[in-house]
Design a protein. Sequence first.
Length: 234
Amino acid sequence: MIKDSVYISFLFISSKKFILSVLQSDNTKKIYEEEISNNNNSNKIEFDKLDIFLEKNIYKVERIIGSFIKDIIIIYESEDIFPIDVSMKNNNNGDFLNNSSLSRPLLEAREACLKSHKENKIIHMLIENFRVNNKNYSFLPENFKCEYYFLDIKFICISKEITKNLEICMKKFQISVYKILSGSYLETFFNESEKDPIIWAMYINNGYNKNEVSFHEKTIKKQGFFEKFFNFFN
């Protein structure tokens, strides 16, 4: 639904603050943004305060944009999000290494992670390193033949209990959770000119990180290299 919308809605959630932001889908212009800080001494998300925050702002922003918010992208910053690192050796039989070569091992890695961590949901799948012919590469090297190659993969996960709580919270306002992004992951892209998690959420969701593998059926607009190929995973 989001990819066909004029506006894209984001909700940043942490123990310290909540941010509701609505951007135009074709650029990063903010139509609406409201932020509230929480005097929270713990690292737990206070869902009762989140309900109050949304109650005050959802209907307000819907009046401003003249339509209902149907889907939302949640940026979740919490210690409840955790990484799982996996290294894989894959046979390539002396063929050229390309995106087709990666299809099977990436799918197998994802399925193995889901099987081993049934209580959790994968929200990011990242290829952190390619090792081909005893050399490391940040991105998939082109026009290489190899007998085998290594992939270093990072899964960023969140418990299904939390995702269920988020879905219940948004359902009160007839809003579906389109995607959950890790706030800590977004922070790794911060630079001196841009440290806004909402803007980086827009960039990342539009395929900024070419080494992020998407297995979500839906996309907003632009897809990354791996996203195009592995979009059928779900």
